[in-house]
Design a binder for this molecule. Structure first.
Ligand code: ATP
Ligand code: MG
Length: 328
């Protein structure tokens, strides 16, 4: 049996980047035989940036509801809340002793986010984020971690930490691997195709899963493109290639098909159609979301069951680790 583990932070409204790069893949791969799936709301990760408590709690439920909406099935996958399993915080403290400050300082996410927050915002939690993330994965003996490209550096560090621990104390942790989508591992910002789309960036840079059609259509219209006005996928046309990727996913068409369809037509027509397609699809999903989100009792039950199942595995691992270190 192989284990899949992955999480998502309640640090903003979910974007189509989160959906295409992570959540949709989690749902699509659930039926594969021989896999156990664990998906969690990474709320301890969210507080590495200041959060409003009420909003954080609301977004935690939102994420669980979105997971169910996109097809993550609680009968096939364990859905849980990171902060409700204390082993996550505990393992982080232990693993802190198997990673150097130099290794953490190299992490691009830390560099990006701490640059944004300035010196006053450079809290230790932000710096230590990858160690907590390593713990999230290692607690469950995960084989595969389906993530977006931005997380591969953290997974590499997780492997290094696990390897170091194993070398000193004997085989304790399974060495996991990141699994990436071939096409959607990095959906880019609508404002700047050198940056990935992120839910914690400015609202005009992303499309939110809960966004209304007018706003979606407007944002795609305003999305940056080159001056070539030719719809084709290529490395040196990152802006239109990003939009083509989104189109292809939402319309379920290949790049070839789309390029043919828009031969001789300009970016204006293409962007307008893209807005229509994405907003139609999201409108359908949003209807399901609001039904699922309304039933908070059911969400609480899903969470309670998930926490209980995940907690058993996490605590077992924690006991092994504490035993090895003479802590229990
Ligand atoms: P934040 O800006 O708060 O870090 P985020 O949008 O990066 O938010 P995360 O919660 O950090 O979202 O990531 C959740 C999952 O979504 C991860 O697996 C991450 O790799 C993936 N992901 C995030 N953004 C993208 C993107 N633009 N394209 C593909 N995958 C993405
Ligand atoms: Mg992120």
């Amino acid at each position: 049996m192989k284990r899949v583990v992955s999480g998502i932070k309640p640090s903003g409204d979910l974007t189509i980047g989160n959906y295409l790069g992570a959540m949709k893949r989690w749902a699509d791969n659930q039926h594969l035989d021989g896999y156990e799936n664990f998906f969690f709301v990474a709320n301890l990760h969210a507080i590495t940036v200041k959060q409003d408590a009420g909003l954080l709690r609301k977004r935690t439920f939102d994420i669980v509801a979105w997971l169910l909406t996109v097809g993550v099935d609680p009968n096939k996958s364990v859905i849980f809340i990171q902060s409700m399993i204390p082993a996550h915080s505990e393992i982080c403290w232990i693993l802190n002793n198997y990673v150097t400050m130099g290794e953490l300082a190299k992490m691009t996410q830390f560099k990006d986010k701490s640059l944004k927050s300035g010196k006053e915002g450079q809290f230790v939690g932000l710096y230590d984020y990858p160690v907590l993330m390593a713990g999230d994965v290692l607690l469950y003996d995960a084989d595969e971690i389906p993530v977006g490209m931005d997380q591969t550096q953290h997974i590499e560090l997780c492997k290094a930490i696990a390897q170091r621990f194993n070398n000193i104390h004997g085989e304790t942790f399974k060495i996991p691997k990141a699994t990436l989508s071939k096409t959607t591992a990095k959906i880019m910002s609508l404002n700047d195709a050198t940056k990935k789309m992120s839910k914690s960036e400015s609202a005009d840079s992303f499309i939110g899963l809960d966004e209304d059609p007018d706003s979606i259509i407007k944002k795609f219209k305003r999305a940056v493109t080159d001056s070539d006005n030719k719809i084709s996928f290529s490395k040196d046309k990152p802006e239109i290639s990003n939009l083509l990727t989104i189109y292809s996913e939402f319309a379920d068409k290949t790049f070839d098909e789309i390029e043919k369809e828009y031969e001789g037509k300009g970016y204006g027509v293409f962007k307008n159609d893209l807005g229509e397609i994405v907003s139609q699809k999201l409108k359908d999903i949003q209807k399901t979301f609001s039904e699922i989100r309304d039933d908070e009792e059911r969400l609480k039950n899903v969470i309670a069951e998930g926490n209980s199942n995940a907690g058993i595995i996490a605590n077992e691992k924690m006991n092994v680790v504490k035993g090895i270190l003479g802590l229990a």
